[in-house]
Design a protein around this ligand. Structure first.
Ligand SMILES: Cc1ncc(COP(=O)(O)O)c(C=O)c1O
Length: 393
């Protein structure tokens, strides 16, 4: 983790941190307000020649509040264009709606469970071919890609819920050599620490419900592209036709959330590292999965591409079975037992219980989203829950 002094890349980040805190130095032309307006309208009046006044037609195609948000995200990711959706899954769907019957895609075996469920469904219904790779075994990615055939390589890094890391530079090279594009789900990395487009990815995806917004009060998704090319235009068409755009109020809340992204992510990352180190060799814990630990099998890649913290996401394997892990979850008082991640409050999930029997997630895994609370309170809470449940057995 770097501090704010030093290398050229760090000073660029300082600049970005300042720009984002000020929502790109927003000042309203007419009033001088330093916060953008929330413009809730479904349509836009034409002028005396029936021409569009400022290019806006209808809210399903775009509104001023959404455009302000999209410009902020393009700057944050270093991309040419951004689309924001009503949820992460709506953005995810827009990517794969561009794949036609018979075309080939590649995806990891470890990724957000609902995304994988959705992919399997469209592959079956639309006759799309999919090959999976194991992000824990990087050589399987090259084996999964079919040169000249693969259209999209999708990866998630760090990957839910076991936090494998994909080397984005290497994955982009492999995808491009085969004529495919690389799309990176960077939800758990966040642009604070990972900038996939600078590492060669073509599109970066976020469940903006998570770190980008950070306050657990909206769902949203974003796609940002390195190049405004034909495939990107096709994805824009999908959003326009399907009506999956984010609404103005949610966009406004997301702009507000983004202003504190850097400070929230910094504190969550620092807390998570302290928490992970505390439980790493704990007698009641089988393993801690966290890319910030030197014991993580891909820690070196994480260090290379996660320049400003390893995020607040980690998993604990408790010593015990499915039932034990569930009972530890219920014995926690400060952690909130809830789905989702990347908010200011710490959440815990017994992931296998949530994903169901088809899931490959270990029975004893607790997925933890560390927030911005006092980390000592979080450690004390987990200590008391582990003691309460494991000492009883
Ligand atoms: C890594 C990741 N990608 C995608 C999604 C889907 O996003 P949403 O829930 O905003 O639709 C999630 C949601 O948990 C996620 O964790």
């Amino acid at each position: 983790m770097s501090d704010n002094g030093g290398s050229p890349s760090t000073s660029n980040r300082v600049k970005l941190r300042t720009r984002i805190a000020q929502a790109m130095h927003y000042i309203d032309d007419e009033s001088g307000a330093v916060v953008p307006p929330m413009m809730a309208t479904s349509t836009f009046a034409r002028d005396e020649n029936l021409e569009l006044r400022k290019g806006y037609i209808y809210a399903r195609y775009g509104t001023p509040t959404v455009h302000i948000l999209e410009d902020i995200l393009s700057e944050l990711e270093g991309g040419q264009d951004t689309m924001v959706f009503a949820s992460g899954m709506a953005g995810f769907a827009a990517v794969f709606e561009t794949v036609k019957a018979g075309e080939h895609i590649v995806a990891p075996i470890t990724m957000y469970f609902v995304g994988l469920t959705w992919l399997k469904r469209i592959c079956e219904f639309r006759n799309i071919r999919m090959t999976m790779f194991d992000p824990a075994k990087p050589e399987t990615l090259a084996q999964a890609i079919e040169p000249g055939e693969t259209k999209i390589v999708w990866t998630e890094t760090p990957a839910n819920p076991t936090w494998e890391i994909t080397d984005i530079e290497a994955a982009a090279r492999l995808a491009h050599e085969a004529g495919a594009i690389l799309v990176v789900d960077s939800t758990c990395g966040s642009p604070v620490t990972t900038r996939p487009l600078e590492l060669g990815a073509d599109i970066v995806f976020h469940s903006a419900t998570k770190y980008l917004n950070g306050h657990s009060d909206i769902t949203a998704g974003s796609l940002t592209t390195r190049e405004n090319n034909d495939l990107w235009k096709d994805m824009c068409e999908v959003r326009k036709l399907s009506g999956s755009i984010i609404a103005p109020f949610e966009a406004w809340l997301l702009i507000r959330g983004l202003r504190t992204l850097f400070v929230r992510f910094d504190v969550a990352s620092k807390n998570a590292l302290i928490f992970a180190r505390h439980f790493e060799n704990h007698p009641k814990v089988e393993a801690v999965m966290y890319p910030g630990l030197a014991s993580h099998p891909q820690h070196d890649i994480a260090k290379k591409q996660m320049t400003d913290g390893f995020s607040g996401m980690l998993s604990l394997l408790v010593k015990g079975d499915y039932e034990t892990a569930k009972r530890v979850t219920l014995a926690l008082n400060t952690f909130i037992p809830a789905t989702s991640l990347g908010g200011v409050e710490s959440l815990v999930e017994h992931r296998k219980g949530v994903e169901g029997p088809a899931s490959q997630t270990p029975d004893n895994l607790l997925r933890i989203s560390i927030g911005i609370e006092d980390v000592d309170d979080l450690i004390d809470d987990m200590e008391q829950a582990l003691s309460l449940i494991l000492d009883q057995r």
